[in-house]
Design a protein around this ligand. Structure first.
Ligand code: ADP
Length: 427
């Protein structure tokens, strides 16, 4: 970047058009014209003054571009990097440090200050940079004069990965030292995504392998020891059906997640009536709720609450939340659901149960894939551990938020907060 700033400077000094050249030279040309005029009363012939001025002006105009380029080249090769060059660094969000061949820090931009901390005056790189890999890289580049890159990982205060590049600069410091630039490119986000992806594949395989192993085990038992035990075979078939259904639910949820990821960037255009959508979900879940002995109370405003969204996806959100409230809050025997749309808060859907609640420390992690407060309870309630992760994905696409309030023994409240749509005030 420092190099390119100098190139631009050279171009400015060597304008291509004649007009630009005359503009650049107006002062010497003006002075020469005055001198030519003053020479006539002093005895010089007018034609001599005119010819003399013409030759001088032509020489100046023809010589300028070459000399400017030469000056620019000189500047590139020999002059010190000045404050103008360094100013460019401050505009970059790439952490950048300029240092000389003694590793004395000449300049760091704001991004480098927030990453590495501010270097004290007259400090060398090692005052703030501790990584042996980076310091070795610096030594190598000073030695060889060729740009090089290494990857560097920091564990404290949190795990971060950077690609660190050191390159020589074609300018010298005011003290005549060679200059180098060190930049950091943050790889943390892409590394985290890679890790999440591989964790997810490992978790999904594990979740599928458990019921599959159980099904295989029962088949082997029925082929061997329980070959002629009719009662055992009937019981085992029941368990195998359970496990097969569990795998099927898991695959459905995994496919749901991957479809949601594929659609995440598509704009939402349809108008959805929030009250009617929640009412529809309650109607389909009422048989399951009454089987669990849970009563559902529902309230919604008289006038429709209209959103821009995807009706099927919103049905999935409210099905997951209401099903969870009935399953996990079964002991409270009651689930309250309300749709509201106030000036202060905008459209909201609240699902409250009066069950055992969720210990505070688990609440922030509930929307992670396969995160369960209690594995056994989730499994006996036919959970996959993906319900709230699906909810979070859908709400992200709808620019809505999920607020979870719960404490052990106090039931749980899940609130979906939508932002008010701009053109959805009519049904
Ligand atoms: P699952 O398929 O296991 O139900 P979810 O992603 O829907 O997965 O929920 C994650 C976990 O959050 C559940 O396993 C359960 O431990 C907890 N949970 C969700 N809703 C409630 C609730 N209303 N009350 C208590 N715990 C809940």
């Amino acid at each position: 970047m420092v190099e390119s700033s100098m190139d631009n400077g050279a171009e400015r000094l060597a304008p291509d058009t004649l007009r630009a050249r005359v503009r650049n030279l107006r002062r010497p040309l003006g002075v020469a014209a005055l001198a030519a005029l003053a020479a006539v009363p002093a005895g010089v012939q007018p034609w001599q003054a005119v010819v003399g001025y013409g030759v001088f002006a032509a020489a100046l105009l023809i010589r300028l571009p070459g000399s400017a380029a030469a000056r620019a080249r000189d500047k590139d090769n020999n002059t010190a990097a000045g404050p103008e060059d360094f100013k460019l660094l401050d505009a970059l969000d790439l952490p950048t440090i300029v240092f000389d061949e003694q590793t004395l820090v000449m300049r760091q931009n704001a991004a480098a200050v927030s990453l590495a901390g501010a270097f004290p005056a007259n400090a060398t790189l090692s005052a703030r940079i501790r990584s042996p890999a980076v310091l070795e890289l610096v030594a190598r580049v000073i030695d060889r004069g060729e740009p090089e890159t290494v990857e560097d990982a920091d564990r404290v205060p949190s795990e971060r990965w950077h690609e660190v590049r050191v390159a020589p600069v074609s300018a010298r410091s005011a003290a005549g030292q060679r200059l180098f630039v060190l930049t950091y490119r943050d790889l943390t986000q892409s590394r985290r995504l890679d890790r999440m992806r591989s964790d997810f594949v490992a978790n999904a395989s594990h979740e599928l392998r458990t019921p599959l192993a159980s099904v295989i085990g029962f088949i082997e038992t029925m082929q061997g020891p329980a070959r002629n035990d009719e009662a055992a075979r009937t019981r085992f078939f029941g368990i195998m059906l359970d496990q097969a259904q569990r795998m099927s639910r898991l695959i459905d949820d995994l496919l749901s997640l991957s479809r949601l990821e594929m659609r995440a960037h598509l704009a939402l255009t349809a108008k959805v009536d929030l009250g009617a959508t929640v009412a529809h979900v309650i109607d389909t879940l009422r048989p399951m709720a009454s089987e669990l002995g849970v009563e559902i109370d529902f309230s919604t405003p008289d006038q429709p609450v209209i959103l821009i969204g995807d009706a099927d996806e919103l049905i999935q959100v409210f099905s997951n939340l209401i099903e969870n409230a009935c399953k996990y809050g079964q002991s409270g025997k009651r689930v309250e659901i309300s749709v509201t749309d106030t000036d202060a808060n905008g459209p909201e859907v609240m699902v409250r149960d009066f069950g055992p609640g969720i210990p505070k420390e688990h609440v922030p992690r509930l929307t992670e894939r396969f995160y369960r407060v209690d594995d056994e309870t989730s499994r006996t309630k036919h959970g996959t551990g993906l319900g709230l992760a699906i909810v979070k994905h859908i709400l992200n696409r709808h620019r809505a938020r999920l607020v979870i309030r719960s404490q052990s023994g106090e039931g749980a409240v899940f609130i979906v907060k939508f932002s008010r749509p701009e053109h959805a005030d009519t049904a």
